[in-house]
Design a protein. Structure first.
Length: 236
């Protein structure tokens, strides 16, 4: 499948304010625009595979990407749903290690790719960006560790509630006209985030629907009672 190239200048990027590159000066953004390539990916395409060597970093301009790790049993554990402005692959780049995860598009997605040498040069030129990414990497690791620990200690019903609340924020940028948020994931992907069997997930979603916590149509889910989900999630 041949992907379509897209012309996107960093200085005029509509999601720049959400990106870690927002800290760069105009001349640095111009240089990045010159060096990067922007591509429109179809749903289900892989940006990079777990265990491969980083060749650059990926900045999401539009769409959603699931970031997951494959376990010894062959099951995928989704650890992040990346959205507009998110930067993927920079931790492996900075640490000079293989990608520890795989990134795959959940929907049609536009992504800007900055080659490794150009990205490293940008870090050398911008001490502010270097400090920001180091701080973000440490913060993300702490948040991820705490989240995984907390989730692992919760029953499946509570884990699902926590997951839906987090996904509501992720998909919030795509809120429909009435202000509600549609979470658009397959049941298998959602089960892989929660860490449970698909059958168990479907049963719990049915219970949530009966309790008025959510509405669903096809694969799309709307959170109807956020306070109710917070109570189910046992969050204080």
């Amino acid at each position: 499948m041949k992907n379509k190239r897209v012309d996107l200048a960093c200085e005029q990027c509509t999601v720049r304010k959400f990106s870690r590159f927002a800290i760069l000066q105009n001349d640095e953004l111009n240089e990045m625009t010159y060096n990067k390539t922007c591509t429109a990916y179809k749903k289900g395409q892989v940006l990079f595979h777990e265990g491969t060597r980083p060749l650059g970093v990926f900045c999401l301009h539009g769409g959603k990407v699931k970031v997951y790790k494959t376990g010894y049993d062959g099951k995928d554990q989704i650890i992040q749903i990346a959205k507009n402005g998110d930067l993927l692959g920079y931790r492996a780049m900075i640490s000079d290690e293989m990608y520890p995860v795989t990134a795959e598009t959940l929907e049609d997605t536009t992504v800007c790719f900055i080659p490794k040498n150009d990205f490293i040069q940008t870090l050398d030129d911008s001490s502010e960006l270097s400090r920001l990414l180091l701080k973000e990497a440490c913060k993300d690791l702490g948040v991820m560790t705490e989240s995984l620990t907390n989730l692992a200690q919760k029953p499946v019903r509570e884990r699902l509630a926590v997951t839906l609340l987090m996904l509501k924020d992720t998909y919030g940028v795509d809120a429909v006209e009435n202000g509600s948020v549609e979470i658009n994931l397959t049941r298998e992907d959602l089960a892989n985030i929660v860490g449970t069997a698909t059958e168990t997930l479907i049963r719990l979603l049915h219970d949530y629907k009966e309790e008025g916590l959510i509405e669903s149509k096809g694969r799309k889910i709307k959170v109807m009672d956020e306070k109710g989900l917070v109570k189910v999630a046992n969050i204080y």
